[in-house]
Design a binder for this molecule. Structure first.
Ligand SMILES: [Zn+2]
Length: 309
């Protein structure tokens, strides 16, 4: 087993949503319980500071960050849009989530850990440059790419997003950045209703793979082997980021796809081999969606275990 850093903070439990909302703190509680039961020896729990204003500005406009900052709910949960809610600790949780990814990137670049997983919420891949949406406030992964590029001077960064929903926010932030490759595999015609094949970025730097509601293991693995991997090999990334959502699982209530736990292990293994070939093994993965508490926790822990192998 290789050494993997697991970034986590109890603040993620304090981002509160209305009763019945699928993106609630039980998600993290279930995953932590499963990790503790697994008794991993090569897993190091790490904490991080909140991302500062300059880091957030890598992915968002000043006016958007200022708007979020002045909302400041004191006791109540306020509605940002149909699905997105802010409680008193939400903004701090979201900033610490971004801070976790930044610290994870540093740890991996400095070879303190081979790779890292950020067990964070609220998720990030729907947040656009100037818009909170789909449970998300900051584009964690989008900011991570810009940090690698602008601050760490790593030029070629690839992001693979296997959450069942299109990573519209990451796409929005990376659209005009031809040195970054964003790949998203997601169910077609569900939220956020973007991610068609013809959305390809400024210079063919976006690859969207919309799948039908009946997509199963065989199809998922075919897309991994015949589309995702060849594109990554052609791109030759120096650093790999993963938006790891487990809501494509066949039992998840937010999608119809029939993906299985073994498919998430499959893609993780393949991405590790790409990282080994091109990125000096450098991978940082970040939790996005996954709403069936039991399946989310087993899939997430299998993903983590695969990162450690
Ligand atoms: Zn999702």
């Amino acid at each position: 087993m290789k050494k993997t850093a697991l970034y986590y903070s109890t603040i993620f439990l304090e981002h509160l949503v209305p009763e019945g909302h699928p993106e609630n703190n039980n998600r993290i509680k279930f995953i932590i319980k499963k990790i503790q039961e697994s008794n991993f020896k090569n897993l190091k729990f790490k904490k991080a500071k909140p991302a500062n204003h300059d880091i957030l500005k890598l992915g968002h406009t000043e006016s958007y960050i200022n708007w979020l900052t002045q909302l400041k709910p004191e006791k109540e949960i306020i509605k940002i849009d149909q699905d997105t809610f802010m409680s008193p600790k939400t903004l701090e949780a979201a900033k610490i989530g971004v801070g976790c990814l930044i610290d994870a990137i540093d740890s991996v670049l400095e070879k303190r850990y081979e790779n890292a997983f950020c067990l964070i919420r609220p998720p990030g891949h729907h947040a656009e440059r100037e818009k909170a949406m789909g449970f998300c406030f900051f584009s964690t992964i989008g900011i991570g790419v810009k940090y690698l590029k602008k601050i760490k001077k790593i030029s070629k960064i690839a992001v693979v997003d296997f959450d069942v929903h299109h990573g519209n926010g990451t796409q929005n932030i990376l659209w005009d950045d031809p040195e970054c490759l964003f790949i998203s595999i997601h169910q077609d015609k569900i939220f956020p209703f973007t991610g068609s094949k013809n959305e390809t970025g400024i210079k063919n730097n976006i690859l969207n793979i919309p799948v039908s509601s009946s997509s199963n293991s065989t199809e998922f693995r075919n897309f991994v082997d015949n589309i995702i991997l060849p594109r990554l090999i052609k791109f030759e990334p120096e650093f790999l980021l993963i938006s790891a959502g487990f809501d494509g699982h066949k039992d998840d209530q937010l999608s119809q796809t029939q993906w299985e736990e073994s498919d998430f292990i499959y893609i993780t293994k393949k991405l590790k081999s790409i990282a080994n070939q091109f990125c000096k093994d450098r991978i940082v993965s970040c939790l996005e969606g996954g709403y069936h508490l039991e399946k989310l926790s087993t899939c997430c822990v299998s993903h983590l275990k695969t990162l450690m192998e």
